[in-house]
Write a protein that binds this ligand. Sequence first.
Ligand code: GLV
Length: 327
Amino acid sequence: MNILITEPKDYSKKALDIYKKLGRVYLCLPREASAKWGVKLSSQERLADILVIGLKYQIDKKFLDQTPNLKIIASPATGMNHIDLNEVKNRGIKIISLRGKKSFLRNVPSTAEETFAFILALLRKLPWAFDSVKNSSWDRIEWRGHQLMNKTIGLLGFGRLGKIVARYAKAFNMKVIACDPNVSERFMKSRGVEKVSMEDLFKKSDIVSLHVLLTDTTQNLIKEKHLKLMKSSAYLINTARAELIEKNALYNALKNKWISGAGIDVMWDERSDGSHLKKDSLWNYAKNNKNLIILPHVGGATYEAMEVTQDFIAESVFKYLKNKKSA
Ligand code: GLV
C-alpha cells in the first residue's frame, strides 16, 4: 500500500506510525494548488492507494485522474465540500472521515471555542482597538463594546457544536435559543435552551451562530430575508460553511446595515492560494470596515484537535483494512 499524506506539516507521530504499518508513507511537499490547475502530483505521489488529506486541496476530477490506484480517502474533517463525492463514488473509492463520529467529536471543542473568540472579538471590537493602539492611539470611549450577559444567542443547528456553544453561552449568563428540526423541544429544555422556529431565531437573537452541516438540503438555507429579520444591533457568526448562506446575502446585510457585524471562518469556494478572496466582495468589505472578521478556516486548526483527529482517522483506516482482510 502507498499512503500519501497531502498536508504532512507537524503530522502526529502516532498517526504516521499507524500508516507505516500499512505500507509506504509519502509526504507531499508543500505547494500551492492553483485555482486553474489544481495540484500536480509527482510520479511517485500518483501511486497512492490511500490519500490522507486536510482541507487544503480540492479532491476533484483533476486530482483523482492522477491517482488511478486510489482506494481510500482519509479526511480528518466532518465537512465534505472539498471532495467531489460523485467522482469518488463512481470510482468506488471509500471515504473515511469524521462525519457522524459523535462520541469522538464530543472531545474536540476547537470550533466551539473559536465561535466565542469571534463573539468576544466582535462585541469588544478587539482587532480594530488593537490596530488603533499600534497607531499610537489610546482611546477607551471609541472602543466601547458590548457585554454578553443577558444577550440572546441563537444557534442554528443543535448538534455536537451547537450543544458545546450553548454550554459556554450559559457560563456568560446568556439566553440560548436554538433551531434544529432533528432535536426535540424537550431535549433542548433539558439543556436550558428554548426551541424556536428559524424565523424567530433570526428575529430574537443578538448573535446568530451557525452549526449546521452543509448538505444538498442546507445549501443556501439562509437567505436575505432571514438576515433582514435580524436586529440591526445583531451579529452573525459562521464557523460552518459559507454555502449555507446565499451568495452575496451576507455582504448585502453588512453593506445595508441590516446587522451590526459578522465573523466568518469560511468562504465560498475556498482555495489554498487565496484566489477566492479577490472574487468575494466580503474581502474588500472587511478591509474597509470595522465590523467583519474573516479567518482562513482555522476552526479546527488547533494543535490538540489536529493531533487527535489525525490519530483517530489513522486508527479508523487501520481498522477498516483489518476488517476487510478478515471478512
Ligand atoms: C472542518 O471544517 C470540518 O469540516 O471538520
